[in-house]
Design a protein around this ligand. Structure first.
Ligand code: 9YT
Length: 138
């Protein structure tokens, strides 16, 4: 079994700054679970264009308020604590946190390797190098 706390993972190489967001990647490809698990903060007043062409992602909102707009049809869905959105179609979208930071729990399939940041399309590549031996380093 593997046990980690958010505190263990913050301020290590598992914590990645995406500009409009921060993601603490608590479970990664190296753990060989077939998915990765992240706690992500989306900063208030930001809009992030995302298009995970290579991954499926599910996102559960624990705290904060915002919305997601799917670009194929212009639909806007509110996000509040308790909302789960599921990008089952590799949906191209805009993610907005409105008046407060949003705290989200995110699951990715295939799992991320650790240090991925969005490319120009808002995607992650599949060939990112893994973190070090433990992934909990300074
Ligand atoms: C909700 C979302 O996709 N935010 C961007 C960061 C991503 N969740 C990640 O953890 O890398």
């Amino acid at each position: 079994m593997i046990v980690r706390t958010l505190q263990d993972c913050e301020n290590t190489s598992r914590s990645v700054d995406g500009g409009t967001w921060k993601s603490v990647r608590m479970l990664l490809a190296d753990d060989q679970m077939g998915f990765s698990f992240h706690i992500t903060t989306i900063y208030a007043g930001t809009e992030t264009p995302i298009w995970y062409k290579n991954h499926l992602e599910s996102v559960y909102c624990m705290k904060g308020e915002g919305e997601i707009e799917t670009l194929s049809d212009g639909k806007v869905y509110p996000i509040r604590p308790g909302t789960l959105y599921i990008l089952d179609q590799h949906d191209r979208h805009l993610l907005r946190a409105t008046t407060s930071d949003m705290e989200m729990a995110c699951v990715f399939n295939p799992p991320l390797n650790g240090r991925e940041i969005h490319d120009k399309d808002g995607a992650y590549c599949l060939d990112q190098a893994p973190l070090g031996q433990t992934g909990v380093d300074a």
